[in-house]
Design a protein around this ligand. Structure first.
Ligand code: SF4
Length: 359
């Protein structure tokens, strides 16, 4: 176990909570202990910035204010509410877990850590956050932010991506949680990691409640802690995207129910970066006789492990051509398509052409 075990935990806790009291941001999910609302916020905040989550959180809770409404929501509507947040499985798991709670827990959000952990889409971090914030349970929530702060505080050079490091950090944090204030501790640690001991760029040590105790700061090793395994290089996929317009309508299609962006709507496309001639041939292979083709600016979308490099074409077809459309192409109103259908942000650069009817 690392040397920090000898620290004055009382002082560490006191300075952290005093700092939090004076510096916490006023966020909607900080004004509640309702486990449903905390759960939604925690899932939305995974991989997403606080600023981006604020509006989604409000919109989601306005429409789905409780477990019952979430368990009954139509899948398409759910994905539409989630559109733009990415990682759509998070939304699917929310509904799945809500259904489980409705049937197995009589509609009451469970309070035992193991029960919470057993729900779809909830890992140790989220279960720890929900139980500590809502029930003041001694369940530290350890994510990258918290690991960064703790490893710097103790100048601990364990690899933070290792599961064993997370477990050890959780064990270590129990020293803080033992004497209560568990919910505040979880939120204070998150806030410190997000606002002071920041993930990108230099930490703001001058504003840190632990500046006198932090070993990495004292030994000037901040740029070496935390230790991470090297990130894998993203795979690059070239794709060609088609905006197929007929009058005021545009073709979209549903993606398969498994894999990347499962079950969402997309613009028809082909693998590879097609030249204009190849694009014309592709359109003809679909059965259309194009009236018009125009190359659109290239676009790029970055997923966690893949990068899409996209080439786009605007295609116009005559109304008679719609009869020849492949079964999977659905022609929908171009102006309202993005409001009615869950079209992921990967396609947004091209979806913006939907409304340019006179292009
Ligand atoms: Fe992070 Fe600086 Fe605080 Fe240490 S003193 S925990 S490096 S912000």
């Amino acid at each position: 176990m690392i040397s920090i075990m000898n620290y004055d935990w009382k002082q560490i806790k006191k300075s952290l909570l005093t700092w939090y009291q004076c510096n916490q941001r006023d966020l909607a999910w900080r004004r509640t202990k309702n486990p449903y609302e905390i759960w939604i916020s925690e899932i939305m905040l995974q991989q997403t910035r606080v600023e981006a989550v604020k509006d989604y959180y409000k919109r989601f809770l306005d429409e789905l204010p409780d477990l019952e409404s979430l368990s009954q929501v139509d899948d398409e509507r759910l994905l539409k509410l989630w559109e733009g947040l990415g990682y759509y499985n998070r939304a699917r798991n929310l509904k799945k877990a809500a259904c489980t709670i409705m049937t197995e827990y009589n509609g009451l959000f469970p309070s035992a850590y193991d029960d919470v952990l057993s729900l779809s889409g909830i890992g140790e971090y989220t279960a720890g956050a929900i139980c500590s914030i809502c029930y003041d349970a001694k369940t530290p929530a350890v994510d990258g932010n918290v690991l960064r702060v703790m490893t710097r505080l103790s100048n601990w050079n364990a690899v933070i991506d290792d599961l064993s490091t997370k477990r050890e950090a959780r064990q270590m944090l129990l020293c803080l949680y033992e004497t209560g204030d568990c919910g505040k501790l979880t939120q204070a640690l998150m806030e410190l990691g997000a606002m002071v001991c920041v993930p990108n760029g230099a930490p703001h040590c001058e504003a840190c409640p632990w500046q006198e105790l932090c070993v990495a700061k004292k030994e000037q090793l901040i740029d070496q802690i935390p230790v991470k395994t090297k990130a894998k290089k993203r795979r690059i996929e070239n794709r060609t995207i088609f905006i197929i317009r007929q009058g005021d309508t545009v073709a979209i299609q549903k993606r398969p129910n498994k894999g990347l962006l499962a079950g969402l709507y997309e613009l028809p496309g082909a693998e590879g970066s097609l030249s204009e001639q190849e694009a014309l041939e592709w359109v003809k292979e679909q059965g259309y006789g194009p009236l018009y083709i125009k190359k659109l600016p290239d676009s790029k979308h970055i997923f966690s492990h893949i990068e899409w490099h996209m080439t786009g074409y605007l295609i116009k077809i005559e109304d008679t051509e719609i009869k020849k459309a492949p079964e999977k192409h659905i022609f929908v109103d171009a102006v309202t398509a993005t409001e009615k259908y869950a079209i992921p942000s990967a396609f947004l650069a091209y979806a913006s052409y939907f409304k340019k009817i006179d292009e």
